[in-house]
Design a protein around this ligand. Sequence first.
Ligand code: ADE
Length: 275
Amino acid sequence: MLRIDVITLFPEMIEGAVTHGVLGQALKKDHLAISAHTPREFANDRHRTVDDRPFGGGDGMIMLAETLEKTLHKVQHKNSKIIYMSPQGKTLTDDLARTFSNEEHLVLICGRYGGIDQRIINSYVDEEVSIGDYVLSGGELGALVLIDAVARFIPGVLGHDESAHKDSFSAGLLEHPNFTRPRVYLEQEVPDVLLSGNHKVIEEWKSKVSALVTLQKRPDLFLEYIHQENLKYQALKKKKKKTPLVELKSFFMSLSDKDKQVLGLQDLTEEDFNV
Ligand code: ADE
């Protein structure tokens, strides 16, 4: 079972957020365990000091090395992976989240104010992770995002074991649009194929729509996807007539205007396939 210990000045922020939804269920079912620890526990002075002004001046307060180190010693063991949440880190992706889900123990350090004393990073941290190119006022929200993304890859956490692998990004594609009842709403009608009951046809249709959505919204991801599909195509002994890109373009051309509209693909044109 994956254990995650979070080191933070605001343990309630973590403890409160993880009790809801999919994460809450995962904790109840012991698919993972999460605890939060505050360095304040190890502050011995009257004010329970955990931070101080930076040497050389500058904005913000820096979390003290000593109280952080003592908190680390409380939770660390030989198989711990220690992560510092920081805008300077490697950007979190689904691939990185999947890798972390295979660890035995993650320790997430959340900085506050001006950050933490660099010597803790030098001596303890295995990896710095950022959740995006923006600066948060602390690492807690980043840690929660990481925990959520990681938990989805733990077998049993989602209804279907494969669900996390079907979602956006797993095959390098964005997810196709989804619809539920009623069949017609806001004068828009759900594509007939989804009501056909033919699962094989539906799955093929969905994966093509995923590719089109990706082409429209994330051409950068689409290029990588089509490159992989071309490699598979070239490895085929018996070549199909159409290359993956030509096949996708034909599929797009075969969609009715009404279906393009309801799928949000009305602005995609033939020229967009010239990649
Ligand atoms: N702490 C402050 N900004 C952050 C970011 N972008 N990602 C992770 N932790 C952070």
